[in-house]
Design a protein around this ligand. Structure first.
Ligand code: CUA
Length: 328
């Protein structure tokens, strides 16, 4: 049978479909009602029975009815849609985090342990997965129809979506924003595995070590450690435990140290200066690729959980492994 809409494979699918069916049902009912009334009125008020039209001038009950009834219907549309929108916009805590980098015309996907994929995304079933996405060039849009999630992927700014797949299988990734000649080819597949299969698949690890370790190497090789020290406050803030917490700025504002904040602080360090520090950090605009920026952010994030866990920085250095071929 010709499928009316894509397979439902995430916890959000049925909720989105229910609203969709409701919208179709209500609009179809209204359309049908208008159609039937047109036919009835054509017959009932035909010229031979009503040679002269009767004018109705002003009717409060009538005006109230046609104002209140549509209003109530639209409020139901709005409230229902807003609930789903908020749910889709709020990733649950402790989601599995995966980075997505879009470029003309492919999707690069990076897992925390350093595993990289192109146009294929492996995820575990029954686990919240959050995608942090950015584009290297133009605006793209990441869409998994079977999960009923879609969001624009923008240059220079992180956007996120999350989902919880509840059915194993292979599903589609599409680019849903026209992005150039090969836009229609910019797609791929999501492979949903059982948690065991997923762990097995992931266990190989990345050729270059985990994502945070790549970030740590960059952090050291770029000389960040000269100012951002971990034992004491250096010329730059000590970054241990900073990620995810509020940061007090010189202008008195307080901001949460999230991905966007860390990114801005690396590329445009003068934008938000932490209280008690001077604006001496150089910009790394053009120095770091989007991949590298994300790995540095992953490293800084790994420093934030150091209270419970040994931070990456205290582990023995990762032995250099032969670098695999990386598609840029
Ligand atoms: Cu990328 Cu369309």
């Amino acid at each position: 049978m010709f499928p009316l809409w894509p397979t439902a494979a995430s916890t959000m699918s049925d909720r989105v479909d229910a609203l969709y069916i409701f919208l179709i049902a209500v609009t179809s009912a209204v359309t049908l009602m208008v159609l039937v009334l047109i036919l009835v009125f054509i017959f009932k008020y035909r010229h031979t029975r009503h040679p002269v039209a009767e004018q109705v001038v002003g009717s409060l009950p009538l005006e109230l009815t046609w104002s209140i009834v549509p209003f109530v219907i639209f409020v139901i549309f709005f409230a229902w849609g807003a609930r789903i929108y908020v749910a889709e916009a709020t990733p649950p805590k402790n989601s599995l985090e995966i980075y997505v980098i879009a470029k003309q015309w492919m999707w690069k996907l990076q897992h925390q342990n350093g595993v990289r994929e192109i146009n294929t995304l492996h995820v575990p079933m029954d686990r919240d997965v959050r995608l942090t996405m950015i584009s290297q060039d133009v605006i793209h849009s990441f869409w998994i129809p079977e999960f009923r999630v879609k969001a624009d992927v923008l240059p220079g700014r992180y956007t996120t979506i999350w989902f919880r797949a509840n059915k194993t299988g292979t599903y589609h990734i599409h680019c849903a924003e026209y992005c150039g000649t090969l836009h229609s080819d910019m797609g791929g597949q999501v492979i949903v595995m059982t948690p065991n299969e997923y762990n097995h698949w992931l266990s190989g690890g990345g050729e270059m070590g985990s994502f945070a370790e790549t970030g740590q190497k960059l952090f050291q090789s770029l000389g960040c450690t000269n100012c951002h020290r971990f034992d004491t406050q250096g010329r730059g803030p000590n970054l241990v435990g900073v990620y995810g917490k509020p940061v007090l700025l010189t202008d008195g504002r307080s901001v949460i140290a999230d991905d966007a904040y860390v990114r801005e602080s690396i590329l445009n360090p003068g934008a938000k200066i932490v209280a008690g520090f001077r604006p001496i950090m150089p910009s790394f605009q053009g120095v770091l690729t989007e991949d590298q920026l994300l790995s540095v952010i992953a490293y800084i994030k790994s420093l934030a959980v150091s209270e419970q866990r040994e931070p990456v920085s205290n582990r023995p250095p990762v032995p250099e492994r032969s670098s695999g071929v990386e598609v840029q």
